[in-house]
Design a protein around this ligand. Structure first.
Ligand code: AMP
Length: 403
């Protein structure tokens, strides 16, 4: 392997996010996003980080992912970072669902593509989009190693007691129903960075990771290995999210169908896209919810309380799963930025050794930091996640090993 650059692609159904990193120092050379692919109003936003220039935006129809990646390649070439460069070592792809099969990052070949395809029934929204990105990138640089990094991989270490639902295993196995968990790249990165923050090896610490973004999930990580996580067969289970309900009595679905007369697709949309914070108060952005609370808005206050109550239940549950806890780490958009969420989530948990120091908690920053008092038994940490860096690191390590 001669190159030191890795292109990370995160391909959604109508979007393509990318970052180009130099793995000698993990620096970011360029980053960007193509939105609304397939529409008349597509937009490409490209930030030439190495060149230090302003972000460039281009509007106009981009028909498909192939055209989107070609447009990205052109922008990179303008900065002297073309995808035909020998400096490019590999392309790393975020793939949402790797099922039980993919426990590690994997060099992509036809068989790997076929397996990701086979998982489409359990990830109907995400895997087809991820595959489109993979096919497009392979067509552009067929000679280059391409690596799939799976959102589910970190969670494949869960014991059966945590991963299985209490249903007939023959039915579960036939339909591949189990807890897979998601955001694994983030949980892996943050649990490791938290150990580092504590000055310990990942093997020596137990961490509860709270990834609170628009999607949200918790995980219990014992000695660097995931032992439980809150998302399940799909990302719908667990915490209250921006637009997803999280945990609910499954009978709500029968009730909505039988009594409410809703179709399965309508219920799916309701629970995934129109529930959570948005469903409760009409806003899914925590900044807006806090602003409304400050103005005395009751619906926003109740949405916040429901969100925090669920979070607290998961902290308690994973405390019990782990037995001893060294740190609770908050990450992603809400976890990194919303001090009131962190404060409320651990309020009253002094008996478990959990507390935040109000002064430390209020300080903003983009470095990992501890926000609990020095005397606290359990560290409460804010650890910014970096999924692109984790994907690039795993991709580069794998390609380096294979060459
Ligand atoms: P993510 O999915 O990690 O990008 O997180 C996006 C979410 O983070 C947004 O929907 C907001 O709710 C939340 N967020 C971002 N910035 C802030 C902030 N400064 N304060 C509170 N919440 C924020």
């Amino acid at each position: 392997m001669t190159g030191t650059r890795v292109l990370v692609l995160n391909s959604g159904s109508s979007s393509l996010k990318y970052q180009l990193l130099d793995m000698r120092d993990s620096s970011r050379l360029a980053a960007g996003l193509v939105e609304r692919i397939g529409e008349q109003t597509s937009r490409l936003k490209h930030t030439p980080l190495a060149a230090g220039g302003d972000a460039r935006e281009a509007d106009g129809p981009i028909a498909d992912h192939d055209a989107a990646l070609k447009a990205v390649a052109q922008e990179l070439a303008r900065d002297g970072l073309g995808l035909d460069s020998p400096d490019l070592a590999a392309i790393g792809h975020r793939v949402v669902h790797g099922g039980m099969f993919f426990t590690e990052p994997t060099v992509i070949d036809d068989a790997v593509i076929a397996e990701i395809e086979r998982l489409i029934p359990v990830a109907p929204l995400h895997n087809p989009a991820n595959l489109t990105g993979i096919r497009t990138a392979r067509a552009l640089r067929p000679d280059l190693p391409q690596v799939a990094v799976f959102d589910t991989a970190f969670h494949t270490t869960m014991p059966e007691s945590a991963a299985r639902y209490a249903i007939d295993p023959r039915i579960a196995d036939r339909h591949r129903i189990r807890r897979y968990g998601f955001h694994g790249t983030s949980h892996a990165y943050v649990s490791r960075a938290t150990a580092e923050l504590l000055g310990k090896a990942p093997e020596d610490v137990n961490v509860i990771v709270l990834h609170l973004g628009n999607g949200a999930s918790a995980s219990a990580v014992r000695g660097g290995r995931c032992v439980d996580t809150s998302m399940g067969l799909t990302p719908l289970e667990g915490l209250v999210m921006g637009t997803r309900s999280g945990d609910m009595d499954p009978a709500v679905i029968f009730h909505l169908a039988r009594v409410g007369g809703m179709s399965m697709d309508e219920i799916d949309t309701l629970l995934n896209k129109r529930s959570g914070l948005f469903g409760l108060c009409g806003d899914n952005d925590m900044r807006e919810i806090r602003r409304r609370i400050d103005e005395g808005d009751e619906a926003a206050a109740l949405a916040f309380d429901i969100y925090v109550h669920r979070l607290k239940k998961y902290i308690g549950a994973y405390y019990a799963v782990l037995g001893t806890v060294d740190a609770v780490a908050f990450t992603a958009g809400v976890g990194e930025n919303a001090a009131p969420v962190r404060e409320a989530a651990v309020a009253g948990l002094e008996g478990l050794g959990l507390a935040v120091d109000p002064g430390r908690n209020a300080v903003r920053g983009d470095r990992p930091r501890i926000v609990s008092p020095d005397a606290a038994r359990v560290a409460v940490a804010v650890v910014p996640t970096d999924e692109e860096l984790e994907i690039a690191t795993q991709t580069y390590a794998l390609v380096g090993k294979n060459t």
